[in-house]
Design a protein around this ligand. Structure first.
Ligand code: FAD
Ligand code: FES
Length: 253
């Protein structure tokens, strides 16, 4: 993991409040990247906003030395990226553990909202066979559908309001889950909880990337801890250094 200053190469609006940010990244950093890892980015033009903001790495291009993140504008920090003068970024990456690929041949991806972003990097970096369940709030929040359709065997789209795909939640469409070697998921907490319930009693490995609030991003402040169960006990783990990807069955929501 390294911090570096870099220029914003492009910033495009993809949909309602959703943007794709592309920046240059040195080769030696890209070489160590694993899908599911994240970047911790200092808010441009703001000495008052000391805490960096965590964003999953959405994609990398090793030939052009670029990294993309897809983010949703939610507060002051994410709003600042849009400002014209915010053209230099202070980035720390790659952070966290990422998804363990384990030579899985058939993987089901379950993504909700902006949590679809890290699953895109899994698609990009693995030659496994994928199916995907992607859930959006509505059609004005959709992104990345074409990439998933192109790369996956089957894709089911759901939306809360039925404006695109099937009306409902991704977890309503989990069928035949026995046929996958693993499930990788990222999305809102209720989606992950529902997925955990659906998988109860099944032996299929399932991993979830948790997008908890973070402070330092480097194991120093314990802002990001989550409760992890073992068979007999539980422990607290730091999402920034021991995650963000955890065995879904062990997460105590
Ligand atoms: C591992 C990880 C990966 C993430 N990947 C993405 C991504 O790919 N795209 C995306 O849009 N968002 C992602 N998030 C959420 C993103 O970090 C927050 O939306 C962002 O920090 C909000 O900053 P803000 O200043 O605009 O919002 P504010 O609400 O003003 O932020 C205030 C404070 O809360 C923290 N905060 C608020 N929401 C979150 C959150 N969900 N997670 C962590 N800290 C938060 C901020 O860091 C800041 O310290 C990710 C979070 C984590 C932990
Ligand atoms: S964010 Fe500080 S320990 Fe995880």
């Amino acid at each position: 993991m390294k911090s570096f200053l870099t220029d914003v190469l492009s910033l495009k609006k993809i949909n309602n409040g959703i943007y794709e940010l592309l920046f240059f990244c040195p080769t030696e950093i890209l070489k160590t990247f694993r899908p599911g890892q994240f970047a911790h980015i200092k808010i441009p033009q703001s000495d008052a906003m000391l805490l960096r903001r965590p964003f999953s790495i959405h994609g990398i291009d090793q030939t052009k030395n670029t990294v993309s993140i897809v983010y949703q504008e939610v507060g002051e920090g994410t709003r600042r990226f849009m400002e014209k003068k915010s053209r230099t970024l202070d980035v720390l990456m790659p952070l966290g553990n990422g998804f363990t690929m384990n030579n899985y041949k058939k993987i089901l991806l379950v993504g909700g909202g902006i949590g679809i972003a890290p699953l895109h990097s899994v698609l990009q970096q693995s030659s496994a066979c994928f199916d995907a369940l992607l859930g959006y709030r509505g059609k004005e929040y959709v992104f990345d559908v074409d990439c998933f359709v192109e790369r996956c065997r089957n894709v089911i789209i759901t939306s809360d309001d039925g404006s695109i795909g099937q009306k409902g939640f991704t977890t309503d469409y989990l069928t035949d889950i026995g046929q996958y070697d693993a499930i990788f998921a990222c999305g809102p907490r209720p989606m992950l909880q529902a997925l955990q319930r659906k998988l109860d009693g099944r032996s299929i490995p399932a991993y979830a990337s948790l997008e908890e609030r973070m402070g330092c991003g480097m194991g120093g402040c314990a802002v990001c801890v989550c409760k992890i169960r073992s068979e007999t006990d539980y422990t607290y783990k730091k999402v920034c250094t021991e995650g963000p990807v955890f065995d879904l069955k062990e997460v105590d929501f």
